[in-house]
Ligand binder design. Structure first.
Ligand code: ZN
Length: 420
């Protein structure tokens, strides 16, 4: 996952354009992504697909002809979506188009201007302070023309048409935690799940933030009723603890599943209520859809100083944290896949486990008592109303222990699946 982030790091992405296409082409080496192209001008609910932006080169030269700001050194130097310009101007005029971070004088900020036509440069505060009075040449070789919004989609069919959605944004240039870590986690999650036989169907979206989810929802409204659970993946490689932002529903199965995984992780974590700000859960949880989509991240966006700056680089994300994040996503999938409701076929008093060979399964191994308790909890609460996750939470036993007990009882004929 870290290698994939490194491979994608230098590409200048935006909400449209060749950077997105190049990124999706690299992801296609891992998963069979379908690339969709939506023309500029397409109406998507209250929004319109914007013009496509592409960038070749950009710089600012001083009077001596030296490049004092150079896009080739970092794609963050350019205000993303800058219109083309070639013009000479005094420093006072240039400064109106410069952005820096005085509180972090060695970092380049990341700024965009998608929906109002503008141009600008981002630079370190030290660079800004070193600019002397005089004439500067501004050169931006960009294009902003009718084209397409491009996104990637991978649909992995399972036994049921009901779906689990994983979505990440793909619109940031050289920034690692936000958003390459999300891209990498979703890619490897998809790759792993494609090797399994699955109960649910899975949909993986690689879309530009905001306009991408609005576009997808607008063009695929009929599919949304199949989405039973979903997570927005972002910010998954930093050192911080895992943070779960609940879906708008607040008590959906996805909310319970993620909270269960975090509670049993043995690690510090934080649960946050839904709020209508953040990543694309804003669109999936808008009232007209209200899908059961939460967001599992590490440190939330905006809560670390490196966020949206050049310091969110390859040193800021760590392979072990990516692995830990993926492990949590897989544990959530395991719960969703196995969280069924059963009926005890022998509900009058406890069944005699020994004669069915079920008591023996406790013997000899560690956690004998835990397994026995899991079996008793499942038998007691398998009344068709409690899911295995409900039983896990009620018994405070880890889902995998309850799942294994239920599987053994099912094989032993003491449980049957309920229809729902
Ligand atoms: Zn961002």
């Amino acid at each position: 996952m870290y290698q994939l982030i490194s491979d994608l790091y230098l590409i200048c992405r935006s909400i449209t354009g060749d950077g997105v296409r190049k990124t999706l082409a690299i992801l296609q080496q891992n998963i069979p992504l379908k690339i969709n192209q939506v023309p500029t001008g397409t109406k998507v609910f209250d929004w319109t697909v914007p013009k496509e932006w592409n960038i070749k080169d950009a710089y600012v030269k001083n009077a001596k002809g030296e490049k004092v700001i150079d896009f080739q050194k970092s794609n963050l130097h350019l205000l993303n979506y800058s219109i083309p310009i070639q013009k000479k101007m005094p420093l006072s005029e240039l400064k109106k188009h410069l952005f820096s971070l005085p509180e972090h004088p060695d970092w380049i900020p990341y700024r965009t201007s998608y929906y109002s036509e503008n141009w600008g440069f981002c630079l370190t505060h030290r660079q800004l302070e070193a600019l002397e009075d005089g004439e500067y040449e501004v050169y931006i070789d960009s294009s902003l023309e009718p084209g397409h919004l491009t996104y990637g989609e991978y649909y992995l069919p399972g036994e049921s048409k009901e779906e689990v959605l994983f979505s990440c944004h793909i619109c940031h240039p050289s920034l690692c935690n936000d958003n390459l870590s999300g891209i990498s986690i979703v890619t490897f999650l998809a790759k792993h799940l494609s090797s399994l036989s699955l109960r649910y169907s899975y949909r993986f979206l690689f879309i530009p933030g905001t306009i991408g989810s609005i576009t997808w929802l607008s063009l695929n409204e009929s599919k949304t009723s199949q989405i039973k659970h979903g997570l927005i993946a972002a910010g998954l490689g930093d050192l911080g603890k895992l943070n779960y932002k609940k879906s708008r529903r607040g008590n959906a199965e996805i909310d319970k599943a993620v909270i269960h995984v975090l509670q049993h992780s043995g690690q510090d974590y934080q649960i946050n209520d839904f709020s209508p700000y953040g990543y694309d859960e804003r669109q999936f949880c808008s009232p007209g859809f209200n899908l059961a989509v939460g967001s599992l991240t590490r440190t939330p966006f905006g809560q670390y100083p490196e966020y949206h700056t050049s310091a969110d680089n390859l040193d800021f994300v760590r392979a072990d944290k990516l692995a830990d994040s993926l492990e949590k996503y897989l544990a959530v999938v395991d719960i969703l896949e196995n969280n069924r409701k059963y009926l005890n076929t022998n509900p009058k008093c406890e069944p005699q486990l020994g004669k069915r060979g079920l008591y023996g399964t406790f013997g000899g191994t560690q956690n004998k008592k835990t397994k026995e308790m899991a079996t008793l909890w499942v038998l007691n609460l398998a009344d068709g109303n409690h899911s295995l996750l409900d039983i896990s939470d009620r018994s405070r036993l880890e889902f995998s222990v309850i799942r294994d007990a239920a599987n053994a009882l099912f094989k032993g004929g003491l449980l049957e699946l309920t229809i729902n």
